[in-house]
Design a protein around this ligand. Structure first.
Ligand code: MRU
Length: 360
């Protein structure tokens, strides 16, 4: 009988290893992360030698998922502290590194929290900054474990669940947010159910969700994002759990584009809609979702798609669109708290009015 969820075992260059999404390599003094753009075909470690490498990796979504981004940013600033140590413009350089890292992805507040955690270190030395980054990262992973244990109570055998984007171990350093209750319920509590996985256009994070669910043998079906409404109307979805990238004081959430559509249809059909996230995703400085800045990404992500085969990856145009055709690619949307039944957090399953008191 499993007492707890085993870590994802990754096959990296033929070696079976347990790895979080991001970690510090003590021996080589480099930041390592699983390259999420290559999953599921390849599990490769991406190396960041400098804070600029780390900023680039966040921007290019080599590492992604709000809490993992936060952890990577914390390590990135710790790298900057070490790079600029003994430099006469230390304070100025650290402030610039902070701004560069902050500008990589604007919506996930975890990024800012990771940076703040490092910048407030007293005294700000390379060793202290690195230790703080490790602590920030470890705390997130532990919160994921609690989210799993708490959230699994919502899941019953024979249910059909639905989830959007990717919220597993790779998105949350380890353990996961919305995926953690699903994995916990299956592996530890031996419940048997089925999960619909939204494909999540345009970056297809559903492929990572499917890959993680596969590692645990969890029964799932990948659907195009437009299928969920019809499934709900046929009463084929009993429970929806999604993640979050920023949660406002009043409980409005920013999450991957398409979340709002899901929540509205779920509300219409009276299907419980939950969000799961660690403390680092709660933003006590903003009152409502209206204050959340939504990242707009490159139009090419809509126009083209990455084609994969075992041998190569290449960008393919989905259609020979004319030069005049425009594309719009907001990466997130805002779901108001009125559509959310509960917030699965390390402090319990909360209601919107409890968030500030319990998470600040
Ligand atoms: O753009 P991404 O892939 O970094 O998006 C973040 C997400 O994975 C989701 O929005 C998720 O639901 C929240 S992060 C666990």
């Amino acid at each position: 009988m499993e007492k707890e969820v085993k870590k994802l075992r990754l096959d990296i260059d033929g070696n079976q290893v347990d790895r979080p999404a991001v970690w510090w390599d003590e021996e080589n003094k480099i930041l390592c992360m699983i390259d999420q753009t290559k999953i599921p075909f390849d599990v490769k470690v991406h190396i960041c030698d400098t804070f600029l490498d780390t900023a680039q990796a966040i921007k290019n979504m080599i590492i992604r998922g709000a809490p993992s981004i936060g952890a990577a940013a914390a390590f990135g600033l710790a790298q900057a502290v070490s790079e600029f140590w003994n430099n006469e413009n230390f304070n100025h350089n650290i402030r610039s590194a902070y701004e560069i890292l902050l500008s990589t992805r604007p919506t996930a507040v975890d990024l800012k929290h990771g940076l703040e955690y490092i910048i407030k270190t007293v005294p700000l030395t390379p060793e202290n900054a690195l230790n703080q980054a490790k602590r920030f990262s470890k705390d997130i992973a532990e919160e994921g474990k609690k989210i799993g244990e708490i959230g699994q109570n919502l899941i019953k055998s024979d249910m059909n669940l639905l989830t959007h984007c990717h919220t597993g171990a790779l998105a949350l350093v380890d353990n996961g947010s919305a995926l953690a209750p699903i994995i916990q319920a299956w592996i530890v509590n031996k419940k048997r159910f089925h999960v619909y996985v939204d494909e999540t256009r345009p970056r297809i994070q559903g492929r990572i969700t499917s890959w993680e669910l596969d590692q645990y043998g969890i029964d799932h079906t990948v659907i195009c994002d437009s299928v969920s409404g019809s499934l709900m109307s046929q009463r084929k979805v009993d429970l929806i759990i999604v993640g979050a990238d920023r949660v406002a004081q009043n409980g409005d959430i920013a999450n991957k584009i398409g979340t709002y559509n899901l929540a509205v249809i779920a509300h219409y059909h009276n299907i419980p809609f939950y969000t799961a996230f660690p403390r680092s995703t709660f933003d006590p400085t903003i009152k409502t979702g209206e204050d959340i800045l939504i990242e707009e990404r490159n139009q090419l992500e809509v126009k083209e798609i990455k084609g994969y085969s075992r041998e190569y990856q290449r960008q393919l145009s989905i259609s020979p669109y004319s030069d005049k055709t425009k594309f719009f690619n907001p990466s997130f949307d805002v779901t108001p708290h009125s559509l959310i039944k509960g917030y699965i957090t390390p402090e319990g399953i909360l209601e919107a009015f409890e968030l500030a008191k319990k998470l600040e």
